[in-house]
Design a protein around this ligand. Structure first.
Ligand code: ADP
Ligand code: 5GP
Length: 217
């Protein structure tokens, strides 16, 4: 396994994979499949003031906190970014796990909205990789959102309004993946992850260069 050993020895910093797109497009489903293929990738767990859906678990899907607790975290600088999404709900990315992952050279994925993606880009520039997951059509997005049956009609309508905002802000992103066939979308996101790992600035290329030149002496 010479190729693996070689790749590991030249990795120097982790990929911060920011995945956005409208609610119901399949971000969670695509990321879950990617994690099965890449268990070394970790997922950031956001805080939210939204109530848990049936089946959602504290600490796995989200940290479910009250609006007061959310405000406390904001005041203490505990979030890397945070935003009000779907008109009345707050979501935020805890800062510490992201900083720890990046310092350790580990890859971490964030599933956040376009406002959060914009904040992360402003804060971290090229250290973050911004991917937009789009549906093949508006009709299919609405079908998936309604088919998931997790929301009231009012919450679904709010998510459709948020989806329009996501589409207006697609130009923020560096990559776009259309989640039509699930397997294709997972393949494409995996290809992005792998390509990003090989960016020169994420590798210890100077060490490799030094070693190769020394071997020539
Ligand atoms: P999000 O995390 O973006 O809100 P989910 O991952 O919860 O979306 O997916 C929403 C619904 O769409 C789920 O019922 C999921 O099974 C379904 N879904 C996801 N990807 C596809 C796909 N490529 N084709 C058909 N249905 C999909
Ligand atoms: P829901 O899960 O309630 O359907 O939708 C959550 C929305 O909020 C999605 O668009 C998701 O990407 C976004 N979101 C989840 N966590 C965060 C976060 O920590 N920060 C931001 N800015 N958006 C988030």
């Amino acid at each position: 396994m010479v190729a693996d050993a070689c790749e590991l020895s030249v990795r120097s910093s982790g990929v911060l994979l920011v995945v956005s797109g409208p609610s119901g497009v399949g971000k969670g489903t695509v990321l879950e499949r990617l994690l099965e293929r890449h268990p070394e990738l970790s997922m950031s767990v956001s805080c939210t003031t939204r109530a848990p859906r049936p089946g959602e678990q504290e600490g796995r899907d989200y940290h479910f906190i009250s609006p007061q607790e959310f405000q406390q975290q904001v005041a203490q600088g505990g979030f890397l970014e945070y935003a009000c999404v779907h008109a009345n709900l707050w979501y935020g990315t805890p800062r510490k796990p992201i900083e720890e992952a990046l310092q350790a050279g580990h890859d971490i994925a964030l599933e956040i909205d376009y406002q959060g993606a914009r904040s992360v880009r402003q804060l971290l520039g090229g250290r973050a990789t911004l991917v937009f997951i789009a549906p093949p059509s508006w009709e299919e997005l609405v079908r998936r959102l309604r088919g998931r049956s997790t929301e009231t009609e009012e919450a679904t309508v709010r998510r459709m309004a948020s989806a329009r905002m996501e589409f207006r802000n697609m130009g923020l992103f560096e990559y776009i993946v259309i989640n039509d066939r699930l397997d294709d979308a997972v393949d494409q996101l995996e290809a992005i992850l792998i390509a990003e790992r090989h960016r020169l600035h994420r590798t210890a290329w100077r060490q490799l260069q030094g070693r190769l030149l020394a071997e020539d002496d």
